[in-house]
Write a protein that binds this ligand. Structure first.
Ligand code: SAM
Ligand code: DTB
Ligand code: SF4
Length: 336
C-alpha cells in the first residue's frame, strides 16, 4: 500500500472508532495525526484567514455561546448590513496584511433574498482582489446557495457546533437537521463546505467525538473544519457558566480534538479558530503539530479579540512556519 493510500479519507467511521482515537495515549494520537497531516499537506504552511462581521448583533437565534444573540444581554450594539465598498476596503487591507482568505459573517438566523444583491456585489469584489471567499450568513435555501456560488463564493461556513446529544443544551431555535440541510444545499450548489464546532462548552468527550463522527460521515468531508475554543462571553448562558466555574478549556483535550479531526478528515483544512487569544504559544504549536493548518488573524474574530498580527508573525518566525500561498512580505516583516 502506498503511503498516501494508508491515509485515504474514509466515510465509514463509527462513533466507537472516533472515541477510541480520543482515548489513545496522547503522544501516540499526536504522532498519528502528524503523519496524516504530512501525507496531505506541507506542515510548515499555515493558511491565514481574516474575518469581518458584515452584519453585527440582534440575531434571532439563541445559540448559548453567542455575543450576537438578541436573546441575551451581552452589551453588543446591533448594526445594519455594511455597505459593499466598506467591506471591500477591509478585505483589501486584510490581503495587504497577508491574509489569503476573507470570511464575511452575518448575525442572521437565515439569509433573506432582499440582502442577496448587496452580498453578491461584495463577494464578487472580494473575489476580484484575488482572495479565497467565505461567508457565514445562517440558513440557506437551495436557490440562495446557487446565487452565492454564482457571485463567486468559494466556501460557506455553517457549523454543527457540537455532537447531536449535547446540541439541545446549546441552541433550541434551530435543529441539527436544519444545519445538515443547509450544508447539503451548499454542496449541491458546488461550493466548498466549512463546518466544525466548539470545544469547552461543558460537553463531554463523547459529545466531541459525536461532532467529529458527524463530520466524518457526511456525504463529503467538510473542505474546511474549524475547531473553536469557546470564548466565554459574559451575558450568554454558556459563557456565564464557564466564567462562574472558572473552567477554561482543557488544553490537552483541545489538542486531542484537533488531532482526531485531522485523522478522521485527513484532507480538510483544520482551522484553529476562536479561542487563540487565551492560548499560549506552546499550545498553539502543539495544535499545528497535531494537524491544524489555518488560523484567523488580524486582531479580531467577529466580535471577540485575537492576537495582534505582529504576535502571530513572531510565532510563525519562531516555529519556522510560513503563510500558505505566496510569501507575504508584510506579515513576515511584522516580526522584525
Ligand atoms: N449566524 C451565522 C451562523 O451561526 O450560522 C454565522 C455566524 S456564527 C458567529 C459562526 C460560528 O462562530 C458559530 O457557529 C460558532 O461555532 C462560532 N462562535 C460564535 N460565538 C462563539 C464563541 N463565543 N466562542 C467560540 N465560537 C463561537
Ligand atoms: C467559525 O467556526 N469560527 C469563526 C468563523 N467560523 C465564522 C467565528 C468565531 C466567532 C467567535 C466569536 C466572535 O468573535 O464573535
Ligand atoms: Fe446568531 Fe450565528 Fe450567533 Fe447563533 S451563532 S446567535 S445564528 S450569530
Amino acid at each position: 500500500m502506498s503511503k498516501i493510500n494508508a491515509f485515504e479519507p474514509r466515510h465509514d467511521w463509527t462513533l466507537v472508532e472516533v472515541e477510541a482515537l480520543f482515548d489513545l495515549p496522547f503522544m501516540d494520537l499526536v504522532h498519528r495525526a502528524a503523519n496524516v497531516h504530512r501525507a496531505w499537506f506541507d506542515p510548515s504552511e499555515i493558511q491565514l484567514s481574516q474575518l469581518l462581521s458584515v452584519k453585527t448583533g440582534g440575531c434571532a437565534e439563541n445559540c448559548g455561546y453567542c455575543s450576537q444573540s438578541a436573546h441575551f444581554k451581552t452589551g453588543l450594539k446591533a448594526e445594519k448590513l455594511m455597505d459593499a465598498d466598506d467591506v471591500v476596503a477591509k478585505a483589501r487591507a486584510a490581503r495587504d496584511g497577508g491574509a489569503q482568505r476573507f470570511c464575511m459573517g452575518a448575525a442572521w438566523r437565515e439569509l433573506k433574498d432582499r440582502d442577496l444583491p448587496k452580498l453578491a456585489t461584495m463577494i464578487a469584489e472580494v473575489k476580484a482582489l484575488g482572495m479565497e471567499t467565505c461567508a457565514t450568513l445562517g440558513m440557506l435555501t437551495a436557490d440562495q446557495a446557487k446565487a452565492l456560488k454564482a457571485a463567486g463564493l468559494d466556501y460557506y461556513n455553517h457549523n454543527l457546533d457540537t455532537g447531536p446529544d449535547y446540541y439541545k443544551d446549546v441552541v433550541t431555535t434551530r435543529t441539527y437537521q436544519e444545519r445538515l440541510d443547509t450544508l447539503s444545499h451548499v454542496r449541491d450548489a458546488g461550493m466548498s463546505t466549512c463546518c466544525g464546532g466548539i470545544v469547552g462548552m461543558g460537553e463531554t468527550r463523547r459529545d466531541r467525538a459525536g461532532l467529529l463522527h458527524q463530520l466524518a460521515t457526511l456525504p463529503a468531508h467538510p473542505d474546511s473544519l474549524p475547531i473553536n475554543g469557546l470564548v466565554p462571553v459574559s451575558g450568554t448562558p454558556l459563557g456565564d457558566k464557564v466564567l462562574a466555574e472558572g473552567k477554561a478549556i482543557d488544553s490537552i483535550e483541545f489538542i486531542r480534538t484537533i488531532a482526531v479531526a485531522r485523522i478522521v478528515c485527513p484532507k480538510s483544512m483544520v482551522r484553529l479558530s476562536a479561542g487563540r487569544e487565551g492560548m499560549s504559544r506552546e499550545l498553539q504549536a502543539l495544535c499545528f503539530m497535531a494537524g491544524a493548518n489555518s488560523i484567523f488573524v488580524g486582531g479580531k474574530l467577529l466580535t471577540t479579540p485575537l492576537p495582534d498580527m505582529d504576535e502571530d508573525s513572531r510565532l510563525f518566525q519562531d516555529l519556522d512556519l510560513k503563510p500558505m500561498g505566496s510569501v507575504r512580505a508584510e506579515f513576515v516583516a511584522a516580526a522584525e
